[in-house]
Design a protein around this ligand. Structure first.
Ligand SMILES: *[C@@H]1O[C@H](CO)[C@@H](O)[C@H](O)[C@H]1NC(C)=O
Ligand SMILES: *[C@@H]1O[C@H](CO)[C@@H](O)[C@H](O)[C@H]1NC(C)=O
Length: 316
């Protein structure tokens, strides 16, 4: 057997051994890449029955199971009621997300919200809010971060696809050091742990996971210019992917999640940062799809909030 990587004293068997080691390394790298790709968002898409992890928080007419296995759910908004559901448990860290298909057609005035929130005063909250539009005009995706009761961190982007045609995954990776908002595999926002600057970071309050569809006529669409058109009701948004890849807080034992259980991949050092590809993708989104950022709104914040200035992209 001819060995490509022959060393001076290599025998056939050590050569074979060398090749095997190389092969193993290649496979390991491939697996590694795959694992990290998976961990980005898709754990959130596990086809788990709705009632395993979630419950309706409004009346049952406005939350409709789409099939016997409860793998997809509709929220229905009409003049009689808004609609909502929420997780049964509270979580501290993880990759949390859901597949959502937004209200089609004339969705002006409607707001579809998907968010994490803790309860009580000084709450933490991570928001995706989809602001509907008149027929043919694009949705706006507004994100926000509340830490210890303080929000006012809105960013608004347009999407690069029609979010009413298919399910897309909207998720957050939430670790001790970083929060990344994703649309499918694309990072659209990052909020780092900047406690060293005195900026609070959501890392001590477990959050529930919520979805709702409601009437935001007074502000949602082009600043409230287009209120909801009830002739187009009922408005329907669909949700799927009810698995939750997060650390569930049991018996208020926050420490068990904060310390980082062994199975929690998100505690690994490399998940505290974005990859170079993710940084590039985020910068692309910010250049091409971001049209409002609280960090650059000098009417509102004459001095940019502290977290806006530091290491914004979350790389090492
Ligand atoms: C990586 O993932 C892709 C698709 O997700 C799959 O087709 C491929 O077989 C995976 N490779 C390895 C080495 O697991
Ligand atoms: C609705 O469409 C208009 C015109 O294209 C756009 O300016 C606006 O940002 C869109 N979204 C909302 C929520 O108003």
């Amino acid at each position: 057997m001819h060995c490509l990587i022959s060393l001076r004293y290599s025998s056939t068997s050590s050569c074979l051994c060398r090749i095997l080691v190389l092969l193993a390394a290649v496979v390991a790298v491939a697996l590694e890449l795959n694992t990290s790709a998976m961990n980005v968002a898709h754990a959130a898409y596990l086809p788990v029955a709705f009632s395993e992890n979630y419950e309706t928080t409004g009346d049952f007419q406005h939350t409709q199971m789409l099939d016997g296995e409860e793998l997809a759910v509709n929220l229905v908004l009409d003049q009689s009621s808004a609609a909502a559901f929420g997780s049964k448990g509270y979580f501290l860290f993880g990759a949390i997300g859901m597949g959502i298909k937004l209200v089609p057609g004339d969705s002006a005035g409607t707001v579809t919200a998907y968010y994490l929130s803790s309860s009580g005063d000084r709450h933490d909250e991570l928001d995706f809010e989809f602001l509907g539009n008149v027929s043919g005009q694009p949705y706006t995706l507004q994100t926000n971060v509340f830490a210890h009761g303080v929000g006012g961190r809105e960013q608004r982007i347009s999407l690069w696809f029609d979010p009413t045609l298919e399910f897309h995954t909207y998720s957050v990776r939430w670790t001790r050091e970083i929060i990344i908002f994703f649309v499918d595999d694309t990072p659209i926002r990052v909020f780092r742990n900047n406690e060293v600057l005195g900026v609070p970071f959501p890392n001590a309050q477990p959050m529930g996971i919520y979805a709702s569809l409601w009437d935001g006529s007074s502000w949602a669409t082009q600043g409230g210019k287009y209120p909801i058109n009830w002739n187009a009701a009922p408005f329907v948004a669909s949700f799927q992917g009810f698995g939750i890849d997060g650390c569930r807080v049991v018996d208020d034992d926050i420490g068990a999640c904060a310390a980082g259980p062994v199975y929690a991949w998100w505690n690994a050092p490399r998940y505290q940062y974005m990859t170079q590809q993710q940084v590039a993708a985020l910068q692309y989104v910010q250049r091409t799809h971001l049209f409002y950022d609280y960090c650059t709104d000098r009417n509102r914040y004459p001095i940019a909030p502290r977290e806006c200035r530091r290491n914004w992209y979350g790389t090492v």
